[in-house]
Design a protein. Structure first.
Length: 190
């Protein structure tokens, strides 16, 4: 008799579990919808153009990093109107070089692979990615050992780009000029 009660209890438990799982499976699942007008799908490596100028770099689109970083050489500090500025050179993979002079927004303390702490200057750069003119805060770094001169982090990508890791070089940097200066708008800046 005791075995019969146990089997009946087990049968009831299985029936309840099956009915609960089928009820859950029948409910429609709503997935969040992306606005295609706001976000563009791009590959994990893309060409970008620095504005002003015609310097085109290869960029790794990396949402795993918060802040963008770019290869910069010959970094020199100076003061302008009492503020911290730097000049630095950026070179593309073909040897074309451009010198930039930018105000320093802040300094990041970064731990290097060797365990040392180094300062990295953060500047504001205008970047053309696909058809989008973006303003980005970029940390300057020696990225000469990397395949891409620029790494765009999630602060720049969020709300602008969905990264498809199966693709590369999906677009050319062709930004429309905005305003009399031809500079990108700051509406994309967070």
């Amino acid at each position: 008799m005791n075995t019969r009660i146990r089997l009946c209890s087990l049968w009831c438990a299985v029936a309840v579990a099956l009915s609960a799982s089928s009820a859950v499976a029948e409910e429609p699942v709503e997935l969040p919808k992306l606005d295609p007008c706001r976000k563009e799908t791009m590959g994990w490596i893309e060409k970008v153009r620095l504005v002003p100028g015609e310097l085109v770099l290869h960029a790794k689109l990396d949402p795993g990093f918060n802040t963008s970083s770019m290869n910069a050489q010959n970094i020199k500090r100076f003061r302008k109107d009492g503020r911290r500025w730097i000049s630095f050179d950026v070179q593309d993979r073909y040897g074309h070089e451009q010198t930039f002079k930018q105000e320093v927004l802040r300094t990041l303390k970064v731990k290097t692979p060797s365990g040392e702490i180094e300062d990295r200057y953060v500047v504001e750069l205008h970047i053309c990615l696909g058809g989008r003119a973006l303003v980005d805060e970029v940390g300057l770094d020696d990225r000469s050992g990397f395949d891409q001169e620029l790494r765009l982090g999630r602060q720049t990508l969020a709300g602008n780009v969905v990264v498809d890791p199966s693709q590369t070089f999906t677009s050319e940097p062709e930004c429309p000029k905005s305003g009399a200066s031809g500079q990108p708008t700051k509406s994309q800046k967070k």
